[in-house]
Design a protein around this ligand. Structure first.
Ligand SMILES: [Zn+2]
Length: 338
């Protein structure tokens, strides 16, 4: 069951890294299906392809995804009141969740769907007046994939044109209306309410805030790419996720969540506002667990929490520091809630 506090809002400037292909360029002399085949051979041979599809018929509503290269087929029987659009989006959400659980940093994943409307909605949901809640949840799942350091492409493909993965997904989605795993939507009225208010606030922030906030970690893009790749390859999935969120400060601290939910921005232990800095270095109540962090800061001449989350020091030192941060968060029982 999803709770509103699980929705940690990701601001727009982190959204750029999903590649959307809403259309398919026709190559000379080729039809759509063969253009797709050609495109795959030219640009996507190093990608793992996942195909999604949905179906609504007299048996109900189904969603499915298939990963032909791994012989994986997953089928979900959904609430019969959902629209085909919702089911298409849920199929994409399921594919994204599968990708973030199955693949690691550096993997190239392409999710292919024949629903142009679902892909368009995902690409532009941030600007739409009233995005469907399923769309927003799906975007959150896609963003999780990217946060793991996986390169993600979302590709529109023509349906019923004989593309093998699409045909397989089509059959699986029809099967899913009968024999799919019973799946209820994660969207509840409170989630819908939380999402719409989050989006309003993020929109407002993006105007006043622009890109400045999360881009101050690295001097150049090249440096960033090198550092990220090296660093993320040496830490665990969970550590990477926590680090990513701490760095961008879009993380489940009370001060961040208070901007989106009507909650107290103060620390649960003391009387100060719970920022990333407070959580990691300043809260007096958790100070007894902080010895290792302090020692590492001294040893590596790290001045503040920015240094702590990614100094210019050697990669291995950063790995040690990040492990210590996650260990500290675990001791104060915050590693799961960030
Ligand atoms: Zn405190």
């Amino acid at each position: 069951m999803l709770h509103t506090r699980d929705l940690i809002p990701t601001p727009i400037w982190n959204y750029q890294s999903i590649e959307f292909f809403e259309d398919l360029e026709l190559w000379e002399g080729l039809d759509l299906a063969n253009s797709f085949k050609y495109l795959t051979e030219v640009s996507f041979t190093d990608h793992i392809d996942i195909y999604t599809d949905a179906s609504k018929n007299e048996n109900g509503v189904g969603a499915a995804f298939v990963v032909p290269s791994k012989s994986i087929v997953q089928k979900f029987k959904l609430d019969g009141n959902l629209t085909v659009f919702d089911a298409e989006v849920i199929a994409l959400t399921k594919a994204a969740n599968f990708a973030s659980l199955s693949f690691t940093l550096g993997a190239n994943v392409r999710i292919c769907s024949d629903s142009k409307s679902a892909i368009s909605a995902l690409k532009s949901f941030y600007w739409s007046k009233k995005p469907a809640p399923e769309t927003v949840l799906c975007h959150t799942s896609l963003q999780e994939v990217v946060n793991m350091g996986i390169h993600l492409t979302l590709q529109w493909i023509p349906g019923h044109m004989g593309i093998p993965g699409n045909e397989q997904a089509d059959v699986a989605a029809k099967d899913a209306t009968i024999s799919g795993e019973e799946t209820s939507s994660a969207v509840t009225p409170s989630i819908v309410y939380a999402i719409s208010s989050i989006i309003q606030k993020l929109k407002h922030e993006s105007f006043i805030n622009n890109q400045a906030k999360s881009s101050n970690w690295f001097v150049t893009k090249k440096q960033k790419q090198f550092f990220e790749k090296e660093l993320y390859s040496k830490i665990s999935r969970q550590q990477g996720k926590i680090l990513f969120r701490l760095r961008s400060e879009h993380v489940g601290t009370n001060s961040y969540l208070a901007r989106f939910y009507n909650e107290n921005p103060k620390c649960s232990y003391c009387d100060q506002v719970e920022t990333v800095n407070h959580l990691l270095l300043q809260c007096p109540v958790t100070d007894r667990h902080r010895q290792k962090l302090h020692d590492l800061m001294c040893a590596n001449k790290l001045k503040d929490y920015h240094d702590l989350l990614g100094s210019s020091a050697a990669i291995d030192e950063n790995v040690t520091v990040i492990s210590a941060i996650v260990e500290f968060l675990h001791k104060i029982s915050r590693d799961k809630s960030l």
